[in-house]
Design a protein around this ligand. Sequence first.
Ligand code: F6R
Ligand code: MG
Ligand code: MG
Length: 385
Amino acid sequence: RKVTISVIKADIGSIAGHHKVHPDTMAAAARVLAEAKRKGVIIDFYVTHVGDDLQLIMTHRKGVDSPEIHELAWNAFKKAAEVAKELGLYAAGQDLLSDAFSGNIRGLGPGVAEMEIVERPSEPIVIFMADKTEPGAFNLPLFRAFADPFTTAGLVIDPRMHDGFRFQILDLYEGRMIELNAPEEMYDILALIGDPTRYVIKRIFRKTDGEIAAVVSSERLNLIAGRYVGKDDPVAIARVQHGFPALGEILEPFAFPHLVPGWMRGSHWGPLMPVGLRDARCTRFDGPPRVIALGFQVTKGRLIGPVDLFEDVAFDETRRLAQQIAEYMRRHGPFMPHRLHAEEMEYTTLPDVLKKLEGRWKKVEGPEAREIGKRERKESAEVQE
Ligand code: F6R
Ligand code: MG
Ligand code: MG
């Protein structure tokens, strides 16, 4: 019997700036889901948050992309947004891009990660939720957990994993998708996902039997809306143990606080800091980007848990290193590579700022023009070759 795990998230407003979800909005969303559970629409649910993102974790029998489940999530966000508006919370309703629901929540603002599975006799899963970053933030840790034998001993030791995994990768710029196999095509995979602003791991399947292992939300709001409307803070679901990475193998890559795009105004590179729920908030320079990991057992569709996996001294050193990296990056102020390349910035308002200078540029003439011209000539020569 199949069960679907749906994690749907949205920023519907937060307290004292883009900092943290207000408990009353979580309660409003939980009431909607509790009613749906009572009616049998969903089997179980858990409502949580990371930073300013409200997270709905649901289990049900309706498959992925179910209009009924998406509408339920939409209604929960609507109710939460009403409370946010009533409380005057900051950016109330920001991720609800549309006024009307039209059958599928995708493209309307909220982020979605869903997988339909046949429950194993024991089905442990981990749900990762990040704030102040974007879907590509999961590229490095998921690659390492599912393709790097220095991270995941099971790739070497466990016969069920030894054939490797298939990676489904999205090209967010061109709206296309490719599937590549690890370990055979590992270098091709890296050639793509090493650019996390453009290529995003969407799903991972076990090669031996095609079982789904992981899924990531891939919404990029600014690409959808064409302007700044909020961050595309991602979520991911991963199955663990017994033919998938062990719990400790899926968590291991997060012990390295790698640099991710996002942070302040969605426009800066910063370290991804793994934290427990208590620290799932954004303060320093609206960050640093944070990720939480909640572990559950899915048992006949019920969500047993959660356990707060990064709430552990074992990640203290990672957090300390993340703080040091945060300090180092911050000292660059508005300079790249702390600041994102203009094309990758979530705020598309920088051109407006630069427009003011338009009339003030002067053509460079004389000997100095030749100096500048050199580069131009070189480029055009290369093009002609
Ligand atoms: C980034 C984010 C925050 C805001 C920042 C500015 O995803 O949510 O860093 O971009 O707090 O907010 P505004 O533009 O509302 O002043
Ligand atoms: Mg926000
Ligand atoms: Mg956020």
